[in-house]
Design a protein around this ligand. Structure first.
Ligand code: GDP
Length: 478
């Protein structure tokens, strides 16, 4: 890794001229854009009492920089990662259990399932990975941490109950993440099951069955009777194929933390989902803001394994501290480098906590538009009545300033809830409350997630404010 004179000056927080002078004293003639060799960097760093490693590494601790770049020809098919979403009591947990029970006993006789946060089943020789925490809250809170793990969302709708508020929320969360949706019409065994009504109601949310000219897959099933499970798996495999999900099993692993906790006997225990590469026991690994060496790995059947390939969930031990769900992990070939990056990330996290800033706020929107960082303004809209939601949404959608468009990712009636804030955080959105306020959990979440929440009582004020922000003419707040 090399640096130019001015880059080195910047990292050391010194004037470029000062560095050039120091170099001259050391017998090195350099201009400000000249690349420095390792020895010169080390000599200069010594002068300032820091080690060269600290200087070179600190700026390069974004884990994305350490992921292997893959060539297309090295990529092969990988299993889909699936999340189950839907309204409460529509059968998400029952479905997860029945998929696991039907499939695991078939393949892995005698396996005792272990709840590690995700599991894998096999159908027709192909694997599918299910995340064990149903619902869009977990899904989106991971996404707000920059983790996109879900490839396909299963939307469970009870045939006797139809589309309910959390069904709509789940649809919006999946759409915001651009994840394809398969609809599972559940509880078909019940009297009063009316799948046609479910399909009808979902057309209002642009989920239109193929029979009616759309492209959404609907599967009818009974999670409790374990009927239709094979159909669902078949459809998941079909969508996986269309999505061309791929990874290279022959490189250093990277992926995401599904869950993690402190275990009295084993220390830090984390379930990792490998997204690319293969994870091995003994690997040097940075996970979020902690690091370590993979001491032992256990799969979803409670068996010890030595290696875990793409889309495989494994529980590992050997980390210094407990990471958070949604944290990224990367394997390093060099243990020393893993430690340096891990330590630097820990340090940076401590500093960032002091200077945390909102992702998008109306106050700095114009700056972000000017710098080309923002092309859509994402909004989450909550109001007291449906009529206001619609009126507000349609007026807001008409705003178009300098080619920047308003994009409404979720609307709803009622108080601003925690899930609204998490969705906004994941989608870099601003939350607008019209005649409604955030509840206590939402208030807390808005503070920690640094989400801009705007409360209004008059429609044209909302429009005015958004327009003004886009033109860089927002009045200062008093
Ligand atoms: P979740 O809140 O979406 O996870 O829903 P659960 O899986 O906890 O299910 C809620 C209730 O619906 C439970 O009493 C289940 O036994 C029941 N249930 C789930 N699936 C079916 C089904 O296919 N048929 C019938 N009759 N009941 C079901």
């Amino acid at each position: 890794d090399t640096l130019t004179v001015s880059e080195l000056a910047e990292k050391l927080n010194k004037d470029t001229a000062e560095i050039i002078k120091k170099l001259m004293f050391l017998g090195v003639m350099a201009t400000k854009n000249q690349d420095l060799d390792k020895d010169s960097i080390e000599l200069i760093c010594e002068e300032y009492g820091v080690t060269a490693e600290q200087v070179v590494e600190v700026d390069e601790i974004d884990l994305d920089n350490f992921k292997t770049e893959e060539k297309a020809e090295d990529l092969i098919e990988r299993p889909a990662v699936v999340t189950i979403m839907g309204h409460v009591d529509h059968g998400k947990t029952t479905l997860l259990d029945s998929i696991r029970d039907t499939k695991v006993t078939e393949g892995e006789a005698g396996g005792i399932t272990q709840h590690i946060g995700a599991y894998q089943v096999e159908d027709n020789g192909k694997k599918v990975t299910f995340l064990d925490t149903p619902g869009h809250a977990a899904f989106t809170s991971m996404r707000s941490r920059g983790a996109q793990v879900t490839d396909i969302a299963i939307l469970v709708v009870a045939a006797d109950d139809g589309v309910m508020p959390q069904t709509v929320e789940a649809i919006n969360h999946a759409k915001a993440a651009e994840v394809p949706i398969i609809v599972a019409v559940n509880k078909m065994d019940k009297e009063g099951a009316n799948p046609d009504r479910v399909m009808q109601e979902l057309t209002e949310h642009e989920l239109i069955p193929e029979d009616w000219g759309g492209d959404t897959i609907f599967v009818q099933l009974s999670a409790i009777k374990r009927e239709g499970i094979d159909d669902l798996l078949e459809m998941i495999l079909l969508v996986s194929e269309v999505e061309e999900l791929k990874a290279n099993p022959n490189s250093n692993a990277n992926g995401t933390v599904i869950e993690a906790q402190l275990d009295k006997g084993r220390g830090s225990v984390a379930t990792l989902l490998v997204q690319n590469g293969t994870l091995h026991v003994g690997d040097a690994i940075v996970v979020g803001n902690t690091y370590g060496r993979v001491r032992a790995m256990v799969n979803d059947l409670g068996r010890r394994v030595q290696a875990a390939g793409p889309s495989t969930p494994v529980e590992i031990t050997g980390l210094n501290e407990v990471p958070a769900a949604g944290d990224q992990f990367v394997v390093f070939s060099n243990e020393k480098q893993a430690r340096q990056v891990g330590e630097a990330r820990q340090q940076k996290q401590i500093e960032e906590k002091r200077t945390d800033k909102a992702k998008v706020s109306l106050d700095d929107l114009f700056e972000q538009i000017k710098q080309g960082e923002v092309k859509d303004i994402n909004l989450v809209l909550k109001a007291d009545v449906q009529g206001s939601v619609e009126a507000l949404a349609s007026s807001l959608k008409k705003i178009d300033v300098e080619g920047v468009k308003v994009n409404i990712i979720h609307t709803g009636v009622g108080a601003i809830a925690e899930s609204d804030i998490i969705l906004a955080s994941a989608s870099n959105a601003i939350v607008i409350g019209f005649n409604v306020r955030p509840d206590n959990n939402a208030k807390k979440a808005a503070e920690t997630e640094k989400v801009d929440v705007r409360l209004h009582r008059i429609i044209y004020k909302v429009i005015e404010e958004i327009e003004a922000a886009m033109k860089g003419m927002l009045d200062p707040e008093f």
